[in-house]
Design a protein around this ligand. Structure first.
Ligand code: FAD
Ligand code: NAI
Length: 475
C-alpha cells in the first residue's frame, strides 16, 4: 500500500508532534510516525519528554516535594503530621497515569487535526518523483511518499564506557524515574539538569545522594551568582556534591554498584551505591533512519546537519529538536517544529535563540533567559545589574519560601534587558515575564514601571528591575 502526504514527520516527541499539528493546521495532508511503545506495546507518542523526561520527572518532583513538605515544612504552619508514610508503588503509578494522559492527549490532538498517525519506525528509502519514500516498520510494514519530511527523532542518554545502562543498578533517566524502592545510597554521575532534578527527587524520598561531577564549576552554564546560591542550598538539603572528579571503573555487583573515582584532591576513592544514575548528557538519535544510504548529512557530533532554517542536506527534508544543534529542550523543539511547518507553507517561521528560557525544577527552582553575567563580561558588554531577594517579598514570606533572588542584567547605555536570572519559588513561572520583555526588547525600566499584583512573587521581578537603577522600594 502506498500513501502520499504533503508532510511526513518522523518522531512524535514535542518537536515532531507539534510540527505535525501545525502542518495540518496550515492545510497540509500530514502524517506522523513514532515508534515509542508503552508497557503493553501500544503507541505512546510524546517522545522522551512525555514518556521518560519532562512530564514524569515533574510528576515525581511534585510528589516528592509534597512528601518533604508533609514531613518537614507543614509543622512551621502549625500542621502536625503523624504516621507519615510513603507508598512508592502508588507514587509511581500516579506518575504513569500522568504520562498516559499526555500520550492519549496527543493521539486525540492527531485525530482532531486530521494527522495520520503511524506506530512504528520510519526510515528513508529513496528520493522518488514528488518527494521521498519512507518505510514504516511497525506491526505491519508500509511505504509512504512525502513531499516534505521533518526529522524529529530526538536524543538518547549518553553512557559511560564500560558502564552500560541495565536500568536495574546502572540507570539512565528511564530507570531513574522508575525505582521501585527508595535506594539507601544513590550515586549520581553528572551534576547537570537531570542529575540535580532526579537527585532531588530521591533525596526528598530518603536516599543519601552523592553527586559526582567532572567539572570544577558547579552548573557552569548558569549565572555564577545563581549557581553559587544553588550549590549552597542543595548542599544544605543534603546532596553531597563532589566536583572535579575523574570517574574510573564502574562495577555492577549483584545488588550494588561500585564506582572508583579520583577526587578533587587527587585521592583515589571507591564508593558503593545501591543504585547509580548516569546523567552526563544526551546524544542525537539517528539510529534506524537510514540516513547514510540516502545522503542525509550528520555533523561531526552526530547531529543531523541543518542550516539556520532547519533545512538538511536533502531537498525538502528538515530536522528539528534534540536531533539538531542547540539546547536540548522540549520548548525549543516545539518552536522549531512550528517554524518549519510555517516555512514549508512559505511563511517566515522564526525561532529566537536569545530568548529561549531554561528552567531547572529543583527546590529552589532555577530559571533564566538571555546572557549570564560571566558571558557579558567575556563579551565586554557594559551592563548594569539589579537583584532583589525573595526574603524581602511579602508573598514569599507568607508562602514560607524566601530562598533566592531575582537578578536583572541590562545594557549600561540603552537599559535593554540582556538577561534575567531567578533562583527561588515559582522561578519557572516568573521567568516568562522576562521572556516576553526580552522578546519585545524591553528595558529594565519598562518592567519597573509596570503594575504588578500585590502580594505576588512577581513583585520581586519588578523590584529587581527597579534595582538596576538603584531604586528598589522594599529592600
Ligand atoms: P524526543 O522527545 O526524544 O522524541 C523523539 C521521538 O522520536 C521518540 O518518541 C522516538 O521514539 C521517536 N523516534 C526516533 N527515531 C524514530 C524513527 N526512526 N521512527 C519513528 N520514531 C522514531 N526539556 C524541557 O524543556 N523541560 C524539562 O523539564 C525537561 N525535562 C527533562 C527530563 C529528563 C529526565 C530528560 C531526559 C529530558 C528532559 N527534557 C526537558 C528534554 C526534553 O525531553 C527534550 O528536549 C525533548 O524531548 C526533545 O524533543 P524531540 O521531539 O526533539 O525528541
Ligand atoms: P547536562 O548536560 O545537563 O549535564 C551533564 C553533566 O555531566 C555536566 O555537568 C557534565 O560536566 C557532567 N559530566 C559529563 N561527563 C562526565 C563524566 N565523565 N563524569 C562526571 N561528570 C560528567 O546533561 P543531563 O543532565 O544528562 O541532561 C541532558 C539534557 O536534557 C540537558 O542538557 C537538558 O537539555 C535536558 N534536560 C532538561 C531539563 C529541564 O529543562 N528542566 C531537565 C532534564 C534534562
Amino acid at each position: 500500500m502506498s500513501k502520499n502526504f504533503d508532510v511526513v514527520v518522523i518522531g512524535g516527541g514535542p518537536g515532531g508532534y507539534i510540527a505535525a499539528i501545525r502542518a495540518a493546521q496550515l492545510g497540509f495532508s500530514t502524517a506522523c510516525i513514532d515508534e515509542w511503545k508503552n508497557v503493553k506495546g501500544g503507541a505512546a507518542p510524546g517522545g522522551t519528554c512525555t514518556n521518560v523526561g519532562c512530564i514524569p520527572s515533574k510528576a515525581l518532583l511534585q510528589s516528592s516535594e509534597h512528601y518533604e513538605h508533609a514531613g518537614h515544612a507543614f509543622s512551621e504552619h502549625g500542621i502536625e503530621v503523624q504516621g507519615l508514610s510513603l507508598d512508592m508503588k502508588k507514587m509511581l503509578a500516579r506518575k504513569d497515569t500522568v504520562v498516559k494522559q499526555n500520550n492519549d492527549g496527543i493521539l486525540y490532538l492527531f485525530k482532531k487535526n486530521k494527522v495520520t498517525f503511524f506506530h512504528g519506525r520510519g526510515s528513508f528509502v529513496a528520493a522518488v518523483e514528488g518527494g521521498h519514500e519512507i518505510k514504516v516498520a511497525g506491526a505491519t510494514e508500509e511505504s509512504i511518499i512525502a513531499k516534505h519530511v521533518i526529522v524529529a527523532t530526538g536524543s538518547n542518554p549518553r553512557a559511560l564506557p564500560g558502564a552500560d545502562f541495565d536500568e536495574k543498578l546502572i540507570l539512565s533517566n528511564t530507570g531513574a524515574l522508575a525505582i521501585a524502592d527508595v535506594p539507601k545510597r544513590l550515586g549520581v554521575i553528572g551534576a547537570g539538569v537531570i542529575g540535580l532534578e532526579m537527585g532531588s527527587v530521591w533525596r526528598r524520598l530518603g536516599s543519601e545522594v552523592t553527586v559526582l561531577e567532572a567539572l570544577p564549576a558547579f552548573l557552569g552554564a548558569v549565572d555564577e551568582q545563581v549557581a553559587k546560591e544553588a550549590q549552597k542550598q542543595f548542599t544544605k538539603q543534603g546532596l553531597a556534591i563532589n566536583l572535579s572528579v575523574k570517574i574510573g571503573a564502574i562495577t555492577a555487583g549483584k545488588n550494588d554498584v561500585t564506582v572508583n573515582y579520583v577526587d578533587d584532591k587527587g585521592a583515589a576513592q571507591k564508593t558503593v551505591f545501591d543504585k547509580l544514575i548516569i546523567s552526563i548528557g544526551r546524544i542525537p538519535n539517528t539510529i534506524g533512519l537510514n540516513a547514510e544510504a540516502v545522503g542525509l548529512q550528520l555533523d561531526e557530533r552526530g547531529f543531523v546537519a541543518v542550516d539556520g532554517d532547519c533545512k538538511t542536506s536533502l531537498s525538502n527534508v528538515w530536522a528539528v529538536g534534540d536531533v539538531v544543534r542547540g539546547p536540548m529542550l522540549a520548548h525549543k523543539a516545539e518552536e522549531e517544529g512550528v517554524a518549519v511547518a510555517e516555512r514549508i507553507a512559505g511563511q517566515h517561521g522564526h525561532v529566537n535563540f536569545n530568548t529561549i528560557p531554561w528552567v531547572i525544577y529543583t527546590s529552589p527552582e532555577i530559571a533564566w533567559v538571555g546572557k549570564t553575567e560571566q558571558q557579558l563580561k567575556a563579551e565586554k558588554v557594559a551592563y548594569k545589574a539589579g537583584t532583589f531577594p525573595f526574603l524581602a517579598n511579602g508573598r514569599a514570606r507568607a508562602l514560607g519560601d524566601t530562598t533566592g533572588f531575582v537578578k536583572f542584567l541590562a545594557d549600561a547605555k540603552t537599559d535593554e534587558i540582556l538577561g534575567v536570572h531567578i533562583i527561588g519559588p515559582q522561578a519557572s513561572e516568573l521567568i516568562s515575564e522576562a521572556v516576553v520583555a526580552m522578546e519585545f526588547r524591553a528595558s529594565s525600566e519598562d518592567i519597573a514601571r509596570i503594575c504588578h499584583a500585590h502580594p505576588s512573587l512577581s513583585e520581586a521581578v519588578k523590584e529587581a528591575a527597579l534595582a538596576v537603577d538603584g531604586r528598589a522600594l522594599n529592600f
